[in-house]
Design a protein around this ligand. Structure first.
Ligand code: PAF
Length: 281
C-alpha cells in the first residue's frame, strides 16, 4: 500500500493512474477503522481498479472541542487493517496540509437538508463535512466514493453537494454494519464505558420495534412511545427521535404511500453521542 501525506504527491500518483484509464474508488474516513469501514473498502475494490482511503480527523466538522481532542486515533492498527484488505493507497494528510493557516469551513446551501436532525444539534457540522469532502474529491478525483448509511443525513447531503456542483463522482451509500448485539458500528463505540456499551444495543432494539409499530400506528404515537422508552432508561439519554422522509429529511406528519420513510435517532450514552437509523416500510 502506498502512503501519501501531501496533496501534490497523491495527486501526481493518481493522475498518472488516471492517464492509464484506471478507475478510482474512494473511501474517506476519520480513522479508528472498523468492519463497517472495511465493508466500504471491499465494495470499492469490487468496482474500481484502484482504491484510495483517506484518514483525516477533520477539525471543522466538530462543534465540540473535547469530542475532537478525544476522537480515537489508532493509525498503526488502521494501516494494518488497510493492508489486510489490499487497499492500494492511504492518504494521510496533516491539518496544515489541508487547511494551511485557515482552519475554517466554506458555507454551503444544501437546500434545507442541513437544518434537519443533526443540523439542529451540531452547529456548522455539515459545512465542515461539505468542505472536507469537496476538498478530498478535488485531490483524489475519484470515479466513485463510498459512504455508510449510518450517517444517512451526511450521505444525502453529499449527494446533494455533488448534484449541485456537478462534481464528476458517483456517490454510493452502503448498509449499516452492526455488532452482533445490534449496535451500529462507529469509531466512537471504542470510547463507551463498559456499562454504556452494555446498554447501547437498546437503541437498535427500539428502532426495530419502531419498524413494526409504524405498520399499525401513526408517526406521532410512535415518536411519543420512543420518548417514553428513553425517559425510563437509566443510562441512555435521548437527544432526538424522528420519523422523516428519506429525500427531504423533514419529519413526517402523515404516512404517504409514495414516499420512503426512515426513523432517525441520536442518544447520549454517558458523554458519547451515538446515532442510528432504520428504513421503515
Ligand atoms: O463520516 C465520516 O467519517 C466523516 O464525516 C467524513 C465523511 C470522513 C468527512 O470527514
Amino acid at each position: 500500500m502506498k502512503i501519501f501525506n501531501t496533496k501534490q504527491e497523491i495527486n501526481a500518483y493518481l493522475t498518472s493512474k488516471k492517464e492509464g484509464n484506471k478507475t478510482i474508488g474512494f473511501v474517506p474516513t476519520m480513522g479508528a477503522l472498523h468492519e463497517g469501514h472495511l465493508s466500504l473498502i471491499k465494495k470499492a475494490i469490487e468496482k474500481n481498479d484502484l482504491v484510495v482511503v483517506s484518514i483525516f480527523v477533520n477539525p471543522t466538522q466538530f462543534d465540540n472541542q473535547e469530542d475532537l481532542i478525544k476522537y480515537p486515533k489508532t493509525i498503526e492498527n488502521d494501516t494494518k487493517l488497510l493492508e489486510s484488505v489490499s487497499c492500494d493507497v492511504l492518504f494521510l494528510p496533516s491539518v496544515e496540509e489541508i487547511y494551511a493557516e485557515n482552519i475554517a469551513s466554506e458555507k454551503f446551501d444544501f437546500d434545507g437538508l442541513e437544518h434537519q436532525m443533526e443540523g439542529k444539534f451540531r452547529t456548522g457540522h455539515f459545512d465542515g463535512v461539505g468542505t472536507i469532502v469537496k476538498t478530498l474529491f478535488e485531490i483524489v478525483t475519484p470515479n466513485r466514493a463510498y459512504f455508510g448509511q449510518k450517517d444517512f443525513q451526511q450521505l444525502q447531503i453529499i449527494k446533494k453537494m455533488v448534484r449541485k456542483n456537478r462534481l464528476p463522482v458517483k456517490i454510493k451509500g452502503c448498509p449499516i454494519f452492526r455488532e452482533a448485539d445490534g449496535l451500529a458500528m462507529s469509531s466512537r463505540n471504542a470510547r463507551l464505558s463498559k456499562e454504556h456499551r452494555e446498554a447501547a444495543p437498546f437503541i437498535y432494539k427500539t428502532l426495530k420495534k419502531v419498524k413494526s409499530k409504524f405498520g399499525i400506528e401513526n408517526a406521532v404515537t410512535v415518536t411519543e412511545w420512543v420518548e417514553n422508552q428513553f425517559k425510563e432508561h437509566p443510562l441512555l439519554e435521548l437527544e432526538y427521535f424522528t420519523i422523516a422522509d428519506e429525500k427531504s429529511l423533514e419529519t413526517i406528519k402523515n404516512k404517504e404511500s409514495n414516499k420512503k420513510n426512515r426513523a432517525f435517532i441520536a442518544v447520549y450514552a454517558g458523554e458519547i453521542r451515538l446515532i442510528d437509523n432504520i428504513r421503515l416500510k
